[in-house]
Design a protein around this ligand. Structure first.
Ligand SMILES: Nc1ncnc2c1ncn2[C@@H]1O[C@H](COP(=O)(O)OP(=O)(O)OP(=O)(O)O)[C@@H](O)[C@H]1O
Ligand SMILES: [Mg+2]
Length: 309
């Protein structure tokens, strides 16, 4: 659905995006992750046909952003990272304005506006002035606007920024709903942990360079390199537990911190209760065992620190 082909964007002497290539498949929720100034917005604007690349090209639903911008605009919805100023405009008028801009005939607009308001949970604000909405509501209205022409591909530039925790959760639910409707979604963010549970693939960008693109599991596995099980042993058993695991050939590494011991096992190690069984067999008393989950935040820090330098 999205194919980026060697896209470079240069501003004077700054390379904002450097020879970027990646693909996003139909139905993907692609998390586009990177720190401030990484080149996320620049890339998204190129896909939205609002910015011309210095080099390279991109296809959205097979349409070339350089030569078929009108087609791209028809199949793509773009949610910018900032909400413009719309004085003296009511919520429904705002949506009607964009629906008209997409040449949706008047007779159909009313129903579409009701639908997108319902989807974004703004029905009760239909007759309010846009400027009187809270920030979170404006974000949702902006998303509603992005949906009026029922685009197949959504480009959302930091839709969660500035939202309170509750609004973030609601946004996440809404995005899941859109995914279930079969949309392909590119969503940018710095807030990695938020993307982890509903993105199926991610791209990590820094200083214009794509460091990784692909599915989340592959990168977490590659970076972690091991399964880590953490156990809290009872007082007096620390040394014994550490020595025990160190003596096992399947254990790659043992970390000890007070009464907490982390046992590193190979990624493909599949004996479910290995750590618990080993402790019990050797009479080591413990209070808790859990496998550590790696989160995207972790991965991100490793990619941007480890691989680059
Ligand atoms: N119009 C412009 N003129 C000159 N430089 C620009 C322009 N727009 C962006 N840049 C530069 O390009 C680089 C990438 O910016 P971009 O907005 O794409 O980053 P971003 O990943 O979206 O960052 P953020 O997380 O802060 O939104 C930055 O160094 C920025 O200063
Ligand atoms: Mg940005």
């Amino acid at each position: 659905m999205i194919q980026i082909n060697g896209v470079t964007k240069v501003y004077k002497d700054l390379v904002a995006v450097n020879n970027l290539s990646m693909e996003i498949d139909k139905g993907d929720i692609f998390g586009f992750i990177g720190p401030n100034g990484a080149g996320k917005t620049t890339t998204i604007k190129i896909l939205a046909t609002l910015l011309k690349p210095t080099q390279g090209f991109a296809l959205v639903c097979g349409y070339n952003v350089l030569t078929q911008a009108d087609d791209v605009k028809r199949v793509m919805g773009y949610m910018p990272d900032s909400f413009g100023v719309y004085d003296d405009m009511k919520v429904w008028e705002y949506l009607d304005f964009f629906a008209a801009a997409y040449k949706i005939e008047k007779a159909r607009r009313k129903q579409i506006i009701d639908d997108v308001l319902e989807l974004t949970d703004l029905t009760h604000k239909k007759n309010d002035y846009v400027e009187a909405l809270s920030r979170g509501m404006k974000q949702r209205l902006c998303l509603a606007k992005t949906l009026v022409h029922d685009p197949q591909v959504l480009l959302l530039d930091e839709p969660a920024s500035g939202l309170d925790p509750r609004a973030r959760i609601e946004l996440r639910e809404l995005l899941k709903e859109l995914r279930n409707m079969g949309k392909t979604i590119l969503i940018s963010s710095h807030i990695l942990t938020e993307l982890a549970d509903f993105c199926n693939s991610v791209g990590i960008i820094e200083q214009g360079n794509l460091l990784y693109a692909g599915d989340i599991k592959t990168i977490t596995d590659r970076l972690r390199g091991a399964r880590v099980v953490e156990v809290s042993v009872k007082e007096g058993f620390e040394q014994q537990a550490e020595d025990l695991f160190l003596s096992k050939k399947e254990v790659q590494e043992v970390e000890r911190e007070g009464r907490t011991i982390r046992v590193h096992l190979p990624l493909d190690f599949d004996q479910e209760d290995y750590v618990t069984d080993t402790l019990v067999e050797n009479g080591i008393k413990f209070t808790a065992v859990r496998e550590l989950e790696i989160d995207l935040e972790d991965v991100f820090m490793k990619v941007t620190k480890g691989l680059v330098q």
